[in-house]
Design a protein around this ligand. Structure first.
Ligand SMILES: NC(=O)c1ccc[n+]([C@@H]2O[C@H](COP(=O)([O-])OP(=O)(O)OC[C@H]3O[C@@H](n4cnc5c(N)ncnc54)[C@H](OP(=O)(O)O)[C@@H]3O)[C@@H](O)[C@H]2O)c1
Length: 212
């Protein structure tokens, strides 16, 4: 497949790029500068683009089968830029006539009980509430774009660089926890789950949670 990967310079994006390239896909990786370190593969092309600009996205997406995102707000940006990027990406896909979108979301909007989202629990760290809410707003924008074949892949609460084990579990809209009640996943295994969904289309129009 020919994949446009937004956020390819990021921590999760770099691992998704590596996973897709290892599976034989062609990847065009986007960052604002056009520089992406650490990926040396003839099927990888790094390009510059601004994910808040629908015309930029449309021009970049043209000719690709799928647009994948591991976008997140830059450190110095307001978290609300995430919703701006979400709207611009959707508009750009429509302009480019590409209808498949696989999106990296947030854990905060996942359900942990009847009518309770993770972000609403006492254990959820106060400082992470704004980004969690921005991810929930982004999901609402994506949910309204059902003309696109979107999949929203939400990581576990804790997602860190780690091992590529090939193990993971998924759930539809619910936080995935292990037998000790912990919610975690390595970025490498998250990238496997992400690439699996990109290849299979098993969870279209779904907020898919990934964890161990
Ligand atoms: N448990 C959770 O819910 C959880 C945990 C971790 C991460 N996440 C989410 O997963 C996503 C990825 O996380 P991460 O840690 O990999 O993020 P990251 O390392 O900060 O990467 C963010 C990526 O977005 C790109 N970007 C930012 N603004 C852009 C713009 N205007 N135009 C184009 N590209 C832009 C950056 O590119 P540049 O090179 O141009 O800066 C970078 O590639 C984020 O949305 C994050 O909130 C969720």
């Amino acid at each position: 497949m020919n994949v446009l990967l937004l956020g390819a310079s990021g921590r999760i994006g770099q691992r998704i790029a590596t996973e897709l390239l290892d599976r034989g896909h062609k990847v065009t990786g986007v960052s604002r500068s056009g520089d992406i370190d650490g990926i040396d593969d003839p099927d990888f092309t790094a390009v510059a683009g601004d994910a808040t600009d629908p015309d930029d996205i449309a021009a970049l997406a043209a000719g690709h089968d799928t647009v994948a995102s591991a976008l997140g707000p830059a450190e110095d940006a307001d978290v609300e830029i995430l919703t701006e990027m979400t709207e611009a990406v959707i508009e750009g896909l429509r302009e480019a006539d590409v209808d498949r979108l696989v999106w990296t979301g947030g854990a905060g909007g996942l359900s942990v009980g009847p009518d309770t989202k993770l972000v609403d629990t006492d254990e959820f760290p106060e400082e992470a509430v704004p980004i969690a809410e921005a991810h929930i707003d982004a999901l609402e924008i994506i949910r309204d774009a059902n003309d696109l074949q979107w999949s929203y892949i939400a990581p576990a609460t804790l997602i860190e660089p780690g091992e590529r084990t090939g193990e993971y579990r998924t759930a539809d809209g619910e936080l995935v926890t292990d037998e000790d009640g912990e919610s975690h996943i390595s970025m490498e295994d998250f990238a496997i789950a992400f690439a699996d969904e990109l290849e299979t289309d098993d969870a279209v129009h779904t907020q898919l949670a990934v964890g161990y």
